[in-house]
Design a protein around this ligand. Structure first.
Ligand SMILES: C[S@@+](CC[C@H](N)C(=O)[O-])C[C@H]1O[C@@H](n2cnc3c(N)ncnc32)[C@H](O)[C@@H]1O
Length: 225
């Protein structure tokens, strides 16, 4: 199944808002860190419901926010969730960004980058559109060190790239980014039941759930162009 078919189905089923709720636990910390100045142009790569553009407009006074998504239904839903004329949601793929060279100040991406059909080409394209000194804040929950994420590929019919921390850094550098920081943001908001309630529907052991959310959380790699 193609990325757009898969995520069109998710959007039609209303799963875009559910993703936003779950991802917001750590995404908000990534967004708060972004060095966006008032009036700057930001891009959300794989925007889903489009929450990042709305947040960067509201909290950092970004001048213009774009979200791009391969799934038309995602982009349409995102557009329906705001009436801000300075936010635009576009249908497109990571390897062919519809922006001029050096036209984006900062880019954010949450739980989307690893769906790129060619992640190296996607990084090269980001290095083209982000201006020198601009940043790419790339947040993922699916990555090699997070052993609890490995089974996710079996739940979805779209190929996913599972890099480890060093592969992210190497690929960023190869594309022309300096890696300013790479760290893990724990999810402190997801409720973890007491030990007596395990096993749960999703988790055999409480320790594993604690490791997944409180220790591994979201891997963030920040590249500076
Ligand atoms: C798991 S969702 C995450 C959405 C949102 N960033 C969030 O945090 O809730 C991944 C999104 O990326 C989009 N996507 C995945 N691969 C893509 C690609 N190669 N080009 C454009 N969009 C893509 C999907 O359509 C989907 O909406």
């Amino acid at each position: 199944m193609s990325v757009s078919d898969e995520f069109d189905e998710w959007a039609a089923a209303g799963k875009d808002r559910g993703m936003e709720d779950r991802h917001w636990h750590t995404a908000k910390h990534v967004l708060a860190r972004m060095p966006v100045e008032a009036g700057e142009t930001v891009l959300d790569l794989g925007c889903g419901s489009g929450y990042a553009g709305r947040a960067l407009r509201e909290t950092k006074d970004a001048g213009r926010a774009y979200g791009i998504d391969a799934a038309p239904e995602m982009a349409h839903n995102a557009a329906d969730y705001t009436d801000d004329p300075q936010i635009g949601y576009l249908i497109g793929d990571f390897e062919h960004l519809p922006f001029e060279t050096d036209s984006i100040d900062h880019c954010f991406s949450m739980e989307a980058f690893y769906y790129a059909s060619d992640p190296h080409a996607a990084l090269a394209e980001l290095a083209r559109v982000i201006r020198p000194g601009g940043t790419f804040h790339c947040a993922v929950n699916y990555y090699e060190e997070n052993v609890h994420s490995h089974e996710w590929q079996s739940f979805i019919d779209v190929p996913m790239t599972r890099w480890d921390r060093s592969q992210y850094r190497a690929a960023f550098r190869e594309a022309g980014f300096s890696v300013a920081v790479q760290d893990n943001i724990p999810d402190r908001e997801i409720e973890i039941p007491p030990a007596s309630e395990f096993p749960t529907e999703d988790w055999e052991r409480r320790e594993a759930m604690v490791e997944r959310y409180r220790e591994y959380g979201t891997l963030v790699t920040v590249g500076v162009r």
